[in-house]
Design a protein around this ligand. Structure first.
Ligand code: HEC
Length: 185
């Protein structure tokens, strides 16, 4: 009985020995890597520039520099929405849509510019008499700035802001007509 036991002990010992994994040499031993690279598993790879870089809260390391974490990282938005500042918002259907002169994008489609209730012909006449010399025939500007597409309210505000150039009498109707005329450019 004692004999059987000691044989088993020896067997266990042998199994334990065989189970030992021989120490493998470090594959990076003796490997010299150029500047900016380090040896990993025997191969030279670029050193991660973010290794050891600690960034404050809300920032992450990118190419060795701490930058603000994109609040949209990992945010998945449903169809027709996109992530802006971490929130899903409806994609502007007019994004990237370019409309020809006299048209504007509304809900993703180019439609004639809504010039308000004004009369573009009367607007053209008033404009030619009073504004064209300084703002050019198409409103693109010259001596005065570009006022294409300005609304009646914007025109009035601009005119009143610079009275030195705008001594003429302009009624609300005139502004509406001017808006209708300038909307065409
Ligand atoms: C004598 C030249 C002159 C005439 C005539 C003139 N403007 Fe101007 N206008 C200017 C100048 C110059 C400015 C810019 C002033 C500045 O920025 O200091 C200006 C600015 C404006 C602005 C403000 C634009 C902005 O984006 O701030 C509007 C709107 C405007 N004009 C509309 C008109 C309209 C409408 C008429 C005709 C009824 C007219 N102007 C006639 C010279 C003129």
């Amino acid at each position: 009985m004692l004999r059987v036991f000691s044989v088993m002990v020896m067997l266990f010992g042998a199994v334990a020995l065989v189970g030992c994994v021989p120490v493998t040499p470090d594959p990076c031993d003796g490997v010299e890597c150029p500047d900016g690279q380090e040896c990993v598993d025997g191969e030279c790879v670029a050193v991660d520039p973010c290794e050891g870089v600690e960034c404050p809260d809300g920032q992450e390391c990118v190419d060795g520099e701490c930058v603000a974490v994109d609040p949209c990282e990992g945010v998945e938005c449903p169809d027709g929405q996109e992530c802006v500042d971490g929130e899903c918002v409806a994609v502007d259907p007019c994004e990237g849509v370019e409309c020809p002169d006299g048209q504007e994008c509304v809900d993703g489609e180019c439609v004639p510019v809504d010039g308000g209730d004004g009369d573009p012909t009367a607007g053209a006449a008033f404009y030619t008499d009073n504004c064209v010399g300084c703002h050019a025939a198409d409103g693109a500007g010259g001596f005065g700035p570009n006022i294409q597409g300005y609304t009646a309210a914007e025109l009035q505000a601009g005119v009143e802001e610079f009275p030195a150039f705008h001594g003429m009498a302009i009624t609300a109707d005139d502004y509406a007509n001017l808006e209708a005329y300038l909307a065409g450019f």
